[in-house]
Design a protein around this ligand. Structure first.
Ligand SMILES: NC(=O)C1=CN([C@@H]2O[C@H](COP(=O)(O)OP(=O)(O)OC[C@H]3O[C@@H](n4cnc5c(N)ncnc54)[C@H](OP(=O)(O)O)[C@@H]3O)[C@@H](O)[C@H]2O)C=CC1
Ligand SMILES: O=C(O)[C@@H]1CCC=N1
Length: 274
């Protein structure tokens, strides 16, 4: 399906690199099928060329018309300028994929100015190790075949779920941003470990395995999270003592608020760039 397809990444930042590394490592595409551009950072393009043997380009007029798939991996604020620069070299036969938070397929369609097939996606940075969860949604002109192409691409960087586009803001605040929340908690656990006298390497090993074990367990069981944490907690034991501190700082309320605010921001970005 992707055998002879050519793909251009517009934007060469962390999401583009995470996707490129997964696609190349899984041999989904050969490096010569992958093209990358950015706004000005030539050093960054050289880095991607050297590390992944992909093609980089500056001249959109020469490259864009020959692409089968164009992936927007830029910030939401740059979408209008980016599409303005390339739209005259695009056609309806190309598939457009966006990883942008908040930005709707309707808006991208309006900017491209022809009935192009567009797929909106929300991966996360765990893509760098092939462990993203990517939600993908079809825009108005995308067919089942386009969706399948996008599924294949994002399966190279982890798991994929197909969702209605109206769920994408909620997903962005939960699993797009999610790794950051967990890293923040990890940072707190590392600080705690240091304060109780554990060295950094041992603490990192212990924390990582706690997270892996917990994640695997929630995937493997239907038991509610409350039951799972209650199983850890012996009456009058250590966990209960720790929990009293978590509850006194209202950690759960803070996390609920965190997710709600991230989702609101995704919706706001969608309104700003609409
Ligand atoms: N980071 C994350 O965890 C996730 C990010 N996303 C989404 O991915 C998108 C990209 O994020 P991320 O990779 O972190 O961003 P980065 O800031 O790392 O990269 C942005 C890239 O866009 C390029 N760019 C800016 N303007 C233009 C332009 N006019 N033409 C071509 N390229 C341009 C920049 O080039 P230059 O450096 O030369 O200015 C840079 O390469 C965002 O929309 C974000 O919402 C989605 C899921 C997770
Ligand atoms: O913070 C952001 O806006 C992007 C989208 C999801 C993760 N990072």
């Amino acid at each position: 399906m992707l055998t002879d397809k050519k793909i251009a990444f517009i934007g060469a930042g962390s999401m583009a690199e995470a996707m490129i590394s997964g696609i190349v490592a899984k041999k989904l595409l050969r490096p010569e099928q992958i093209y990358v551009t950015n706004k000005q950072n030539t050093e960054r393009l050289n880095f991607l060329e050297e590390n992944y043997q992909v093609q980089t380009f500056k001249n959109s007029k020469e490259v864009i018309p020959n692409m089968d798939i164009i992936i927007f991996a830029i910030k939401p604020k740059d979408i209008a300028e980016t599409i303005e620069n390339i739209k005259s070299y695009t056609s309806k036969n190309q598939l457009f994929i966006s990883v942008l938070a908040g930005v709707s397929t309707t808006y991208i369609s309006k900017l491209i100015d022809h009935n192009a097939p567009i797929i909106r996606t929300m991966p996360n940075t765990s893509a760098a190790i092939g462990a993203s969860i990517t939600a993908i949604s079809s825009g108005e002109f995308a067919t089942r075949e386009h969706l399948t192409v996008a599924e294949k691409l994002f399966e190279a960087i982890g798991e994929v779920v197909v969702v209605e586009e109206e769920k994408q803001d909620a997903i962005t605040g939960l699993s797009g941003s999610g790794p950051a929340y967990i890293y923040y908690i990890i940072e707190a656990m590392e600080k705690g470990a240091s304060e109780v006298g554990l060295d950094k390497d041992l603490a990192k090993h212990l924390i990582a395995q706690v997270l892996i074990g917990t994640a695997e367990r929630i995937k493997a069981t239907d038991l509610p999270s409350k039951t799972l944490y209650q199983q850890v907690m012996s009456p009058g034991g250590t966990t209960e003592a720790g929990f009293k501190a978590l509850e006194s700082y209202q950690i759960q309320d803070a996390m609920v608020e965190c997710i709600k605010r991230a989702v609101e921001r995704s919706t706001e970005l969608g309104k700003l760039y609409s």
